[in-house]
Structures are given as C-alpha cells and as structure tokens.
Design a protein around this ligand. Structure first.
Ligand code: GUN
Length: 294
C-alpha cells in the first residue's frame, strides 16, 4: 500500500491552549470586578458515558476559573420536575448558561426539555432558535462538537474552500450542524458537502471522493482504508465504548475510523481519544464565556 506521512490533529493540545486563553480572560474579567462565568449542568440517572462527560465539563470549568453547579436527578425523575428545574435555571441570575446532559430516560420528552431552555442560556446550542440562527449564519450558540471540529480545522489551517467534505451521520448534534457550518461562506467553510447516513447505498464510493471526511455515525471502525482517498483529512467523532477486559474500566473508547489502516493514507487525522472529545468540552467553555460576557 502506498503511504503518506500524516499529521495528528491534536485536540488535547489545542484544547489545553484554548483553556489557557479562556483562563486568562476570566482572570482579567474578575480582576476588573466582573462576575465569574457560571455553568450549570443537569444530569439525570447514572449512565456511564454521561457521568464521564459531565465530570469532564465540571473539571474544565475549574481549570478555566468558571463557577460550576451540578444538579443531579435519579432516572425516575418526572418530566414536570425536570421542566421545573429548567425554569429555575432560566430565572437564576447567577447562572449564565446551562446544559441538560443527553440522552434522557425514555419517559421524558427530550425535545420538550430542549425547547424549555432559554435560548440566551442554551450553551449547548440545541434550542431551535440557536439551530435556526446557526443554519443561516447569524450570531448564536453553536453546539459544542461541530464548533470544536471547526476550531480544530482552523487552528491547523486546514484548507476548506472548494473541498469536498463528506459527513457520515445526520444527527441533530453533529452531522446536520457540521454539514451546515462547512457549507457556509468563508473560512472554515466554502466546502461542497455531502451527507451520508444509514440509508445511503454507496457510502464507499462517495467517501473515496472526499477531501475531508467527518465520521459521526457511532459505528466503531466503520471507515476503512479502501474508503479513503490519499491525502484526505479525517475527523473522527466516534466514541463508542467497546468492551476490553485488559482495561481497568472494562472498555476502550473506539472511533468510527479504523485508525491504523486509515492514518497512513491521510494528510491529517484526529485520534480517539484526544481528538474531537477535548475540543467539544472546550467549545462548551467558549460558549459559557460568551454567555457570561452578556
Ligand atoms: N450528549 C452527547 N453529547 C452531548 C452534548 O454535547 N451536550 C449534552 N447536553 N448532551 C450530550
């Protein structure tokens, strides 16, 4: 197989750099007598993934100097109790922004909860007002994962103008918003975007035409070497917990890309973990900073 020397899109290093930049800005705000930004997180139940993500978000708040609050509910919480909590956070003047960690238990209407959040405090960028504004390029809260991907491409000065970007997955959280962001005028954008999903019959042929692949299917090691054009840029959003008895945790995080065979073909590729994950967390911090400045 013909190979290339590839570069790692190091989300961990870039996110550490951005956290430093945020911490400096927060220190200056506080020194000037302004309020310390405050992020609240609502966590329902004890799903392992959600527990880990929320713990990372709380830790990142500490690192950048934000105040954080964690509000926990058992998985039998009623929809009414959760909506009351959202209402309280909407009206709490000390809270600049908040998130309700997804997924929620089946008996709760997730969309109803998302729509109950005040768009001005919706640092997840999930409210239809923010999604709509993002889709036409107006100022808004952009959801953290797509924003993190765009920031990573920007920091590595990856050319995007006129490039064919293939997005794998059409979720509201990643696939749809990243396809719209990369379609927008300007940098990083101006891409020709193709969105593939579970009903796309010829994914391999489409991927082979891609200059940039954003893999966000949640299907471990879906993208193989025979789907990737030489010199492509690969962004792996997958973080599936695959059982691994050799790990203390009992699992390992596995991306949507078969890294070992795909990396030698690429110009740039994100690792899992240490790629998109840390960029997602730091994007939430950027949104909270933005909310805190209002
Ligand atoms: N579940 C998976 N990703 C996210 C996210 O970015 N925000 C929230 N609130 N829940 C999630």
């Amino acid at each position: 197989m013909e190979t290339n020397t590839y570069k790692i899109l190091d989300g961990k290093a870039i996110s550490d750099q951005i956290k430093k930049e945020i911490a400096e800005e927060v220190a200056a705000m506080v020194a000037a007598g302004k309020k310390r930004p405050h992020l609240a997180a609502v966590l329902v139940g004890h799903d392992g993934g959600s527990e880990t993500y929320v713990a990372s978000k709380v830790k990142a708040c500490e690192q950048v100097g934000f105040k954080s609050s964690l509000l926990r509910f058992e998985s039998d919480v009623t929809e009414k109790e959760l909506l009351d909590c959202v209402e309280k956070l909407n009206n709490d003047e000390d809270v600049d922004g908040f998130i309700v960690q997804l997924p929620l238990p089946k008996h709760i209407d997730e969309q109803k909860v998302i729509e109950a959040v005040d768009p001005a405090k919706d640092v997840d960028g999930f409210h239809p007002i923010n999604v709509g504004r993002m889709s036409i390029g107006l100022p808004c809260f952009v959801s953290a994962t797509p924003q993190g991907i765009v920031e990573l491409l920007k920091r590595y000065e990856i050319p995007t103008q006129g490039k064919h970007c293939v997005v794998l997955g059409r979720s509201n959280i990643v696939g749809k918003p990243i396809s719209l962001l990369l379609l927008q005028k300007g940098y990083p954008g101006d891409c020709t975007v193709t969105v593939c999903h579970s009903r796309t019959p010829n994914i391999k042929e489409i991927c082979l035409q891609a200059d940039i692949i954003i893999a966000a299917l949640g299907s471990p090691e879906f993208v193989k070497a025979d789907m990737v054009k030489k010199g492509a840029v690969i962004v792996d959003v997958g973080t599936t917990r695959v059982p691994d008895a050799s790990r203390k945790s009992g699992f390992r995080l596995t991306g949507d890309v078969k890294f070992d065979e795909v990396a030698p073909l690429c110009s740039y590729i994100t690792p899992v973990p240490g790629g998109v994950g840390p960029m997602t967390i730091v994007s939430l911090m950027l949104n909270t900073l933005q909310a805190g400045k209002k």
